[in-house]
Design a protein. Structure first.
Length: 230
């Protein structure tokens, strides 16, 4: 069983309001992206990493991330597309059929754990598709275009989906091919599989597995990093 991880870090980071891309901003002693790569580089079951970054940042990433932190795995750096789904497609285009499992993970989720990755690989191999998620703790309302509540959704059935999202390569490749043909853009990778009427297994994530998008997220990330490892 060969496993490849596609780390998606091609976002522009406009909401962060910084000249440096958010994935290259530091928390603690290292850039956000380096913490993410640390986890995947440490897992023996991951054979290869494809790192998708913004166009024009390859030289910087190679020198300031890959070479500086001396990762032991093969890490191939490529440029992403206009949207996240386009960037994942760029990564999938480099995966050959001898890989059985593809892990897709946001580069700006540095608090992903080895447990999440390893468990998701096992579940994807068994079920075909797997995502990590956490139960919704707030009450969720469905609101119409006039700003009026229509109904309260059953909280016990609602989960906040995170990454990694892990798939059999043959399945996610078909899902992306169909989405491209249909000109369909989903909000995550699993949605492309769902629209093919294929089941997606959910496993427990972690509320600390945040996606760093805003200045407030950056503050929270620094606080999480200052605590004990988890």
């Amino acid at each position: 069983m060969k496993v490849v991880a596609i780390i998606v870090a091609a976002g522009s980071g406009k909401r962060m309001g910084r000249s440096t891309k958010k994935q290259f901003l530091s928390i603690g002693s290292k850039p956000i992206l380096a913490y993410t790569l640390d986890v995947f580089d440490s897992i023996n079951r991951v054979d290869r990493i494809i790192l998708v970054i913004p166009r024009g940042w390859k030289r910087y990433c190679q020198k300031e991330i890959i070479e500086k932190y001396r990762y032991r795995k093969e890490i191939e750096i490529i440029s992403g597309g206009a949207r996240r789904q386009d960037s994942v497609a760029c990564g999938l285009a480099l995966v050959s059929s001898d890989y059985e499992i593809v892990i897709i993970h946001d580069g700006v989720r540095p608090f992903v754990t080895r447990r999440m990755v390893i468990e998701s690989i096992a579940k994807a191999r068994k079920f075909g598709a797997c995502v990590v998620a956490v139960p919704v703790s707030d009450t969720v309302k469905m609101v119409n275009s006039r700003g009026v509540i229509e109904r309260t959704l059953p909280r016990e059935c609602l989960w906040r989906v995170q990454t990694p999202q892990t798939f059999r390569f043959s399945l996610i490749k078909k899902a992306y091919t169909k989405a491209l043909k249909d000109k369909f853009y989903g909000t995550d990778d699993a949605q492309l599989v769902e629209r093919m009427n294929k089941p997606v297994k959910v496993i427990s994530g972690d509320y600390r597995n945040i996606k760093i998008t805003t200045k407030e997220d950056l503050i929270l990330a620094k606080t999480l990093l200052s605590r004990k490892p988890f």
